[in-house]
Each structure stands twice: as C-alpha cells, then as structure tokens.
Design a protein around this ligand. Structure first.
Ligand code: URA
Length: 430
C-alpha cells in the first residue's frame, strides 16, 4: 500500500494563484513530491506560472531553495583546510571571466571550486571554452576535485548531476512553459546549486543589458538582492556586482578565441573591460576570504596567476602550451566609413557566434571550438574606412550568411565617441 501524501498539489497551486503565502511544510513537500515524480509536470508548470505572476516572499524563496538543496547531495569542503570562495555569473556574450579569475584568486592560497555548465543558446559555457584546450577534461570525481583544490587551489569542472536534482527538472520545465523569468525561481535555482556545492563564500556577477538574461537593470538589481539575501539566510557570505552586458565583453566571442583572450589577461595584457571585471570580482572574492588588501594586479603582472592557470590546466589533463584550434574559413567585415564605433550590441553578436557553431542549438550537439567572432575594434574605438571591423570564423563558409543576418543593424560607426563607461555599475551586499 502506498503512503498517504500529506498535501495536495492543487491546494498549493491555488494558494499561490490567489496571491497567498505557501506554508513551509507544503512548499517543501511540493518540491520533494515533484522530484519523486508524484507531482506532475502539468501541476508544477501551473505552480511556476503562479509564482511568476504573484511572486514569493523572502521566507518562501528560502524554503524553496532549501527544499531544492535537500533534493540531492550536499558537498562540504570543511576538511580542506583552505577558505573556499566561488563566483557565479548570470551569463553574457564573451563572458570568459571565470578562466582568468579562478587561477588569479587561487594564487592567494584560496580554494576556488568552480562547478560550471555548458552553453545553451547565445550565452557560452565555460566548459565548452576550456574543452578547446587539447586533452583538458571537464568531468572529475569528487576525490579528484578535492585533491586539485588542496594542491592547485582552482578547479573548473562539470557540476555532477547529484546537486539539486529538483532544480534540473524544474529548470527544464520552466524552459518550455514560459516561466524562466520569475525572479524567485531564478534565484532559488542558482543559489540551490551554489549552496549545495558547499562553498563558504560566493560572489555573484549579475548582468543587465542586451546580452544578459535580465535586460532591465532594475530587475537585475532585484535578482541580485534576492540572491544575496538567500546566501545570507543560508550562511554563505554573498556579495553581488551588477555589471553591464550591453556590448560583448572583450574582443573574443566563441570558445578557443576566448581561451586565447583569457591567457592574454593572465599574461598581464588583454582588453581593458575583461581586466576591469576580473580584478573587481577577484577583489570581492578575496575580501570575503579575509584578504581585502590582496594585490590582484600584481599577481597578473608577475606571473603568479599564470602559474596557477598552467597548474590547473595540467591537473585536468590539458596542455597549456598546445596550439588552440583555428577555423578553416574566415570572413572579415570592414568599416564602411571612418569614425568611431558607437554601437555594438551584445545579443546579436552572441547569436551570430552561436550560428557560426560556437554554441549549440540542442543540448546533445557538439560545439565547434574554433568558431566565433573576433572584434578588431570595440565600443568607442576609432576605425578607418576599409579596415577590418570584425572577423567571423567557422568550419563551413555556408554558416556565414545567417551569422551576418543576425548582425544586421547590431553595430554602428558614428562621429562622436560614446561616453566612456565601466562594466561595474553597483555593488550589492546584505
Ligand atoms: N541559471 C540557472 O541556473 N537557473 C535559472 O533559473 C536561470 C539561470
């Protein structure tokens, strides 16, 4: 005889539909019963829509997050003997910051367990980028991860399927039911995975603008505040930076070319905005790890961050000196007039790189590591008529027309340089 369930999904849905607050035990049951496949996809989709329309209060979001953590394994780095601090970005175009950031922070003796994902749609995935490096391996066992954290300090690897499995189901359902955009659901989804991962501290890079998940800055701020509060409620010291994703980050959009650009940053060079954001996030992470005065610029300049990068890549089977893949076909767009780049919209560039093969259209598709876009001039830079503006790379020239379609109207050359801007708009703490 089957056990009697203590709640009915319909009651939980009705409570949220009518703008009420769902009781803790009912909400915990709803998530648990969905993970057990007792609550159906139709019921959960209806509940997610009610949350999207009516929101959740801080306690409900905390309980929902807790319930998703409880649906799977919870890791602990308590035995490591090092402070752990992680970073999460809500994703953007050309966002390769994890690559230079993890070894930079690890150079200060801090452990950075960076459990990452793959890209879907126009935002790239950290693991896809690193897999451009010959031999590099994303899948590590927990023991391998611990050993690497103890030795090198930085690990970037695939998140195991044991972390917050309720979120995995719910996220896939939200994706096809128009309920991705609910702030309580995004916040609990991201934070359940980060808290389950066992980090002691967390820095969030919450992006706003054309290439971000949240285009509107006020909604991005609300998401950041919600996640910072959730971290505090769960004992994970959390800070967020609100950062601009209206134009692509850096000059490389793709996989292998983003690794190349990250190595430039680790060598003390690289585009100013990538360096700015890497340093800002590193300072936040090290402040949470008890090193507010760490000389992060110095670690990029004197090769300490590069050493940590090389050790991190080698520990995961990669060859940091191996040549990265280059594309068979390239197509360069030149400046139609002399002037200044006044507009470069992130989303169309992300979509174009994706259409070139840098991203995948279906989860099971492979990415093409050499595909992508390299910008020769970025926002505010001068260009001369006929000189290269950006180069598309692909394995097959047949991919160029659709990528160029995506870029129609995405950039502009004018006379007056746009006001100089920085990527970091605001810092959000509890
Ligand atoms: N990333 C996540 O992990 N979850 C969301 O809901 C949105 C982005």
């Amino acid at each position: 005889m089957s056990a009697v369930e203590p709640f009915d999904a319909v009651d939980v849905i009705r409570a949220k539909r009518d703008g009420g607050v769902v009781a803790d035990d009912a909400l915990r049951w709803m998530i648990d019963a969905y993970t057990r496949e007792y609550v159906t996809d139709a019921q959960m989709a209806s509940f997610a829509m009610a949350v999207l329309l009516n929101g959740m209060d801080r306690d409900e979001i905390r309980v929902m997050t807790d319930a998703m953590i409880a649906s799977g394994e919870r890791m602990s780095f308590a035995g490591l003997g090092k402070t752990t601090v992680d970073k999460h970005s809500t994703g953007g175009v050309g966002d390769k910051i994890t690559l230079p950031l993890a070894p930079l922070v690890a150079a200060f003796g801090v452990a950075v367990p960076q459990l990452s994902g793959r890209g879907l749609g126009h935002t790239g995935g950290t693991l896809d980028k690193l897999e451009s490096i010959p031999g590099w391996r994303a899948a590590l066992s927990n023991d391998e991860m611990f050993a690497q954290l103890a030795d090198v300090g930085a690990v970037i690897c695939a998140a195991g399927s044991g972390l917050a499995p309720a979120d995995k189901r719910l996220y896939a359902l939200r994706d096809v039911t128009g309920t991705v955009e609910a702030i309580p659901l995004i916040a609990s989804s991201i934070m359940s995975k980060k808290i389950a991962e066992g980090t002691a501290a967390l820095v969030l890079d919450v992006k706003f603008g054309s290439g971000a998940f949240m285009q509107d800055v006020d909604r991005a701020r609300e998401l950041a505040r919600t996640m910072v509060a959730l971290g505090a409620d769960s004992g994970v010291a959390t800070t967020a930076l609100l950062t601009d994703m209206n134009s692509p980050l850096g000059r490389a959009i793709g996989n292998a070319n983003e690794v190349r650009e990250s190595v430039e940053v680790l060598a003390g060079g690289g585009p100013a905005d990538v360096v700015e954001l890497t340093l800002a996030l590193a300072r936040e992470m090290l402040a949470l790890a008890g090193q507010p005065d760490a000389d992060v610029e110095g670690a990029l300049r004197d090769g300490r961050a590069m050493d940590a990068w090389r050790r991190m890549i080698i520990a995961q089977g990669g060859d940091p000196d191996a040549a990265l893949p280059t594309a068979r076909e390239t197509y360069t767009v030149t400046a139609p007039r002399s002037g200044v780049v006044t507009r470069l919209e992130a989303l169309p560039f992300g979509v174009a790189a994706w259409r070139l093969g840098a991203g995948r259209a279906r989860p099971q598709d492979p990415v093409i590591h050499a595909a992508g876009i390299d910008l020769h001039a970025t926002l505010g830079e001068s260009v001369t008529e006929g000189h290269p503006l950006f180069t598309l790379s692909a394995e097959d020239a047949a991919r160029f027309p659709r990528a160029l379609d995506a870029l129609e109207g995405a950039w502009e050359i004018g006379d007056a340089a746009p006001a100089a801007s920085t990527r970091v708009l605001e810092r959000i703490t509890t």
